[in-house]
Design a protein around this ligand. Sequence first.
Ligand code: GLN
Length: 283
Amino acid sequence: MKKWTALTLAAVMAASMAGCGGGTDAGTTAAPAADTTAADTAAESTEAAADDTEAADAASDKVYQIATDITFKPFEFENENGEMVGIDLDLLKAIAEDQGFTYELQVVGFNAAVMAMETGAADAVIAGMSITPEREELYDFSDPYFESGVGCAVLSTSEATDYSDFAGMQVAAKTGTEGCKFAESIAEEYGFTVVQFDTSAMMYQDVMAGNSVACFEDYPVMGYEISQGMDLKLLDKLESANNYGIAVMKGQNAELIEMINAGLANLKESGKYDEIIDTYIKK
Ligand code: GLN
């Protein structure tokens, strides 16, 4: 094992002991689950790439491992045909086609995706990942591609209007997320406790079952789920406004970030970016 890998692992394990940086089982959930369909589709585009330098040829042979969340609608989710789709994954596919690189998708969950990148099992994370100053110390992000922020949802029948209504109760959050970090940051002030889940589905379920009075998660995602019939409502709150970016470990995979940025710019220019957003978010 290379020295930096051992150091990174130690750092990851230390981080997983506390706060929202990872649950106790964070390290064990990072097993790669390659989506060969996505990889096969992306592989076709490699042939179309016309590279005239040897270095570029070598780069195009590489199959990038890209980790994502399990369900984070409308950014990534499994459709009725069992395919992983969504804004993130459609953008990734279009960027890879535009830039002529090949990838395999690891559908592992948000925290596990970040862990996979930290331990070198994945080259990049695309998972509605918020660009924050803390994360920019550790990771290099692509140009921002979507505006987001943390919202708070309660049962549609709830009378809660403010965080102070959660005193003495439990709220739900997803491990490793900005929503979890925000909930933890105000827990003491408002006298509630935070319970963490690995997936958004489990977190919503805990609110639906009445175990948790609320959950903290990105408002575009909860808004989308609510528009699709989820029986929760958003409080009139927006915290930690941020933008999503695609991440790689700092100082590593610079060529991948360059291709992603170039591809993203081309998709914005061609209208493909808007087309992908419009597929999932109706105006
Ligand atoms: N945007 C949030 C974050 O980066 C949540 C991402 C997710 O749950 N996939 O923390």
